[in-house]
Write a protein that binds this ligand. Structure first.
Ligand code: NAP
Length: 430
């Protein structure tokens, strides 16, 4: 039997404690699966005396996780602290430079510095692994990077944020508004006290930037992910979507075409019968399409202690088995810089919701603006009468270019009878 693989764990919160629990619970199982033991030799967190519900007395404690880099008896540093910069980035750089492999669940870190860390790891001859950073318990990095490696991929998309999916499915099930459901999600612990990263789409954008790199062998390019969250979605949109055969999901979509790399995160209308539309509550799902495999679909829990720690431990097991290939499955110096495709070039159909003061001529004014911009309609519905004399008008366009739609909506938004900025949701027939 080979020597044990010795690891140091930085961060003992939700995920860190989960990793300790799995390594303790499945000690023998894991040893038999990788032919050697995995031993925790050091741990670090902020608060040394906090009771974390696991016995840490057998591990060396470090107040400063950066000291891990100087330990000769550590093979792998596991970073479960979080944040794109600061201690997480420094720990990654120092660990790799000192010849240790690096495992993380930190999507922000990999989305911002993935290519740099991959290069450093290649130079140092160590592994960088981040399975838990995308879609938690779904082994999507391995599935795309290894399982689909025989294919040229052209499209990857998915529901990558459980909090948003929980909010949208609860709004639909209970007919409640965004604010009410968010407050309930925060009470239940499904949403953070500061929900910005989740509901504004940033968390999904981090994960999408990573997925793009794995799928297309391009450098992570978070700065060019078009990002829009779900704050403007109202219960009426979900209801009208259902009437026309769609559900609203926050999707991350990445596509490599002759024009370049399209990366976008936004609420999207998907046909009710599509598998992605059936993904409920806090679940995640990813669709990956390759030229020989056709379409593949993966679903599972995208966050939480067990699923996330399961993915982290899978990475550690991989390293214990001696698998130390490149971080993005191609040599780091062969990752290409893709040309970003602007969202204004996107073409598709759109759902538009207008909140207008009901008075004669309003429909004529709206259709006149649409005509001026050559926007043709598939559906036009007038919905409900609010007590203040306003109504909702729902439009579904035929396929048009986004920049044309934006100009038309600016014109409509400027009409005196239109009470709030028009809402447009892209209709996706992926
Ligand atoms: N939670 C999930 O479901 C989930 C899912 C996917 C990915 N992730 C990612 O996993 C990572 C960890 O998330 P989490 O939910 O476990 O976070 P968390 O519960 O907030 O835990 C963070 C841990 O980091 C420790 N820490 C903070 N600053 C530190 C420092 N300077 N040195 C050493 N330790 C420090 C904290 O110590 P104290 O406990 O002493 O305060 C805490 O134990 C993040 O990158 C997150 O994005 C989480």
């Amino acid at each position: 039997m080979s020597n044990p693989l010795r690891i140091a764990v930085a961060g003992l919160g939700t995920v860190g404690v989960g990793v300790v629990k799995i390594l303790e619970t499945h000690k023998d199982l894991i040893q038999s699966r990788c032919g050697r033991a995995i031993e925790i030799v050091a741990v670090s967190a902020n608060n040394r005396v906090r009771d974390r519900g696991v016995d840490l007395t057998g591990y060396q404690w470090f107040d400063n996780a950066l000291d891990f880099a100087g330990l000769d008896d550590v093979d792998v540093v596991v970073e479960l602290i979080g944040g794109s910069d600061g201690i997480a980035k420094e720990l990654a750089q120092k660990s790799i430079a000192s010849g240790k492999s690096f495992v993380t669940a930190n999507k922000a870190l990999i989305a911002h510095h993935g290519a740099t860390l991959a290069n450093a790891a290649q130079e140092a001859g160590v592994a960088v692994r981040y399975e838990a950073a995308v879609a938690g318990g779904i082994p999507i990095i391995k599935a795309i990077g290894e399982g689909l490696a025989a294919n040229r991929l052209n499209l990857v998309y998915g529901i990558l944020n459980g909090t948003c999916n929980y909010i949208l499915t609860t709004m639909e099930a209970k007919g409640q508004g965004f604010d009410e459901v968010l407050a309930e999600a925060q009470r239940l612990g499904y949403a953070e006290a500061d929900p910005t990263f989740d509901v504004d789409g940033i968390d999904t954008a981090h994960k999408l930037a990573i997925l793009s790199s794995v799928a297309f062998a391009t450098e992570t390019d978070f700065d060019h992910v078009y990002t829009e969250g779900i704050r403007r979605i109202e219960a009426v949109d979900i209801e009208y979507a259902r009437e026309i055969g769609y559900r609203i999901k926050l999707l991350g979509i990445s596509r490599l075409t002759d024009k370049g790399l399209e990366q976008r995160v936004h609420p999207a209308m998907v046909k009710v019968e599509e598998p992605i539309a059936q993904v409920e509550e806090a679940f995640n799902a990813v669709v990956a399409e390759g030229d020989f495999i056709d379409r593949t679909f993966y679903q599972g829990r995208g966050a939480g202690q067990g699923p996330t720690a399961s993915a982290v431990v899978a990475d550690i097991i991989d390293i214990a088995r001696g698998h130390s290939g490149p971080a993005f499955f191609v040599p780091a110096d062969q990752l290409t810089k893709a040309k970003p495709v602007s969202i204004s070039e996107h073409e598709g159909a759109y759902y538009i919701r207008l909140h207008v003061q009901e008075k004669s001529g309003v429909i004529a004014d709206i259709t006149s603006v649409l005509k001026d911009h050559n926007v043709s309609l598939d559906v036009m519905l007038q919905k409900g009468h609010e007590q203040d004399g306003s109504v909702y008008i729902v439009l579904v366009t035929h396929k048009i270019q986004e920049k044309v739609l934006s100009e038309a909506l600016a014109g409509i938004g400027a009409l005196s009878s239109v009470q709030e900025e028009p809402l447009a949701i892209r209709i996706e027939n992926l």
